[in-house]
Design a protein around this ligand. Structure first.
Ligand SMILES: *Cc1c(COP(=O)(O)O)cnc(C)c1O
Length: 410
């Protein structure tokens, strides 16, 4: 086995060295897919991860799956049996959550640019809408009037905190298109609670891909105090508080996995204080990447090996049109290789340095640069780990007009 940057997924990589995944032979999976490239997701690993999150979080906290991370229908249906509801960001995701059997009250709908059709759908079914601005409140109120309904809403707050370290993607603490600035919330809360909308509480989404438990604990502490203060100032009662998610997963050997127990313990301490004042407030955590990211692989096949000016290129049948994030083109600040391996090669096999080029006719299509792998031959499988979240769904599948790769839940 020769593995790049994988110290945390050793069980996965030991399997890949045996040319297996989740107990299945990769050749059999490729026949099942009907082709390479394909994605495969391990249902047991997802269930195990959800169970670990539930064990770590304080009792009674609701866990939602953020469909945006991976909206593939069989995966969403699998998660329906494991989590308490869904976080959605479009009408299609809302329909996917409903089709999976979720109750509308267990679906929260966030997003800075909801179209009227999307708001009408949410109002009609009674999904919980996170209001992101004063004008969206007015628009939603008019729609509710028109449909003669009183749909549940949260106010999404852009927190004023500005010292969050260690989150790759920050969605608070600065000028943002998300939510309403903390300082602007009180008058709007009064208007919402005086309207026909059914005010339910708050939504705070402070960031994403965070590997530091202390940062997450800090965000939770800040959010709960902020909710307390805003509720007191506006004279409203929050029945639900969605604290967002942001739990990260390791993508390279330099990343340490999140200390989930520490996140849970931090939240338990903060909630004990909060609940003394706000008993009965439902606390919600919404996670995408953390629940499914490590459960997925992307498998492609070596089509060609060639040498250009002493550098070896493996050209594969996949690429950035399927796995944009692995190519470093999904907004990463520091492009790094995803953890990847050559299927079926023993650890003792001699390594060579290669670039793994995708099949697209563009110079930005690399799945890895300067990777150390055992010698790969045409026909071998290259497996990219950590591909369960923001993989196919976040990739430009139309670019170069190749067929969409199949997905398998195994
Ligand atoms: C994207 C998103 C999530 C999921 O983020 P992950 O980092 O995948 O856990 C959760 N909530 C909201 C509002 C989002 O936009």
């Amino acid at each position: 086995m020769n593995v790049i940057g994988a110290t945390h997924q050793l069980d996965t990589f030991e399997e890949i060295a045996q040319s297996r995944f989740a107990g299945h032979d990769l050749r059999v999976l490729s026949e099942r897919a009907g082709q390479t490239p394909f994605f495969a997701y391990d249902r047991q690993r997802i269930a195990t991860r959800v169970a670990a999150v539930r064990r770590a979080l304080p009792m009674g906290v609701h866990l939602l799956y953020s469909i945006k991370a991976n909206p593939w229908t069989p995966l969403v249906h699998h998660l329906k049996g494991l989590v308490d509801g869904f976080d959605v960001s479009s009408a299609s995701e809302l329909r996917a959550a409903l089709d999976a059997g979720a109750a509308p009250a267990d679906i929260t709908f966030a997003g800075p640019g909801k179209r009227d059709e999307e708001l009408r759908l949410a109002a009609a079914v009674g999904a919980v809408v996170s209001l992101e601005s004063a004008s969206e409140f007015l628009r939603f109120n008019t729609i509710a009037d028109d449909l003669n309904v009183s749909p549940p809403v949260l106010l999404r707050v852009n927190p004023a905190l500005n010292d969050l370290q260690g989150a790759a993607l920050r969605m608070g603490g600065a000028a943002r298109q998300f939510g309403v600035d903390e300082g602007e919330c009180v008058p709007l809360l009064r208007r919402i609670s005086g309207s026909r909308l059914n005010f339910q509480g708050f939504h705070i989404f402070w960031g994403s891909q965070c590997l530091r438990a202390d940062t997450i604990a800090g965000a939770h502490a800040y959010s709960l105090e902020m909710v307390q203060a805003l509720s007191d100032d506006a004279g409203v009662v929050p029945r639900r508080v969605n604290l967002g998610g942001g739990f990260g997963i390791p993508y390279s050997a330099k990343d340490s996995p999140l200390d989930l127990a520490a996140v849970g313990a931090g939240l338990a301490t903060k909630l004990a204080n909060f609940e003394r004042r706000r008993q009965g407030t439902q606390v919600i955590i919404e996670l995408g990447r953390y629940l499914v990211g490590e459960a997925g692989i992307y498998v492609c096949r070596v089509l060609d090996r060639k040498v250009s000016r002493d550098e070896t290129f493996l050209v594969v049948d996949g690429g950035m049109h399927h796995q944009l994030a692995a190519s470093g083109n999904l907004g990463q600040r520091l492009p790094r290789n995803y953890p990847l391996a050559l299927a079926g090669k023993a650890p003792s096999d001699e390594a060579e340095q290669v670039h793994i080029a995708g099949c697209l006719c563009t110079s930005i299509d690399f799945l890895a640069r300067s990777a150390k792998l055992p010698r790969a031959e045409v026909g071998d499988f290259i497996v990219i780990a950590q591909s369960g979240a923001y993989g196919l769904t976040a990739s430009p599948t139309g670019f170069l007009s190749h067929p969409r790769p199949p997905e398998l839940l195994v």
